[in-house]
Design a protein around this ligand. Structure first.
Ligand SMILES: Cc1ncc(COP(=O)(O)O)c(C=O)c1O
Length: 136
């Protein structure tokens, strides 16, 4: 993420951006990894501007591998710890589980805010169905 650009954008559109999604790894950058420092920067800017910070984490395992191998200060951490550290920066995450989670279909939205989570569940009922539904 272009940190300075994000800061500028959130200033320009103050109060009109509900959430920022950081895709790890970076699809639009050809699958390049997102560094821990970049995720920390995005998290700090979102907090400053009152926007939710969400991870599109469908390739979080792959991203963690890259962070471990490319960032000297992350080399001693396991892939799991790196992923946990990145998740800890975020207010929530979306995952298409067909990617790193290696399932044939499905995914999830995870949110720290229970009230927002409940609002999403309620919206889901009128768009897709109950969260307990499974595909036949
Ligand atoms: C980063 C990322 N997020 C979300 C999706 C959407 O996944 P799905 O097709 O399961 O909705 C994709 C699809 O390739 C993706 O690359």
């Amino acid at each position: 993420m272009d940190i300075a650009g994000l800061d500028r954008l959130l200033k320009e559109h103050k109060g009109h951006v509900g959430a920022v999604i950081l895709t790890v790894t970076n699809n639009s950058g050809g699958g390049q990894p997102v560094s821990m420092a970049n995720a920390e920067g995005v998290s700090a800017i979102c907090k400053r501007h009152g926007a939710l910070f969400l991870l599109d984490c469908c390739r979080i395992a792959e991203n963690s591998w890259f962070v471990n191998h490319r960032e000297a200060d992350m080399a001693q951490l396991s892939y799991r710890r790196i992923a946990q550290r990145m998740f800890a920066l975020a207010d929530g995450a979306v995952m298409s589980a067909k990617k790193d989670a290696l399932v044939n279909m499905g995914g999830f939205l995870a949110l720290r805010d229970d009230a927002l989570s409940e609002a999403c569940v309620n919206l889901l009922i009128i768009t897709e169905g109950f969260t307990t539904y499974t595909a036949a």
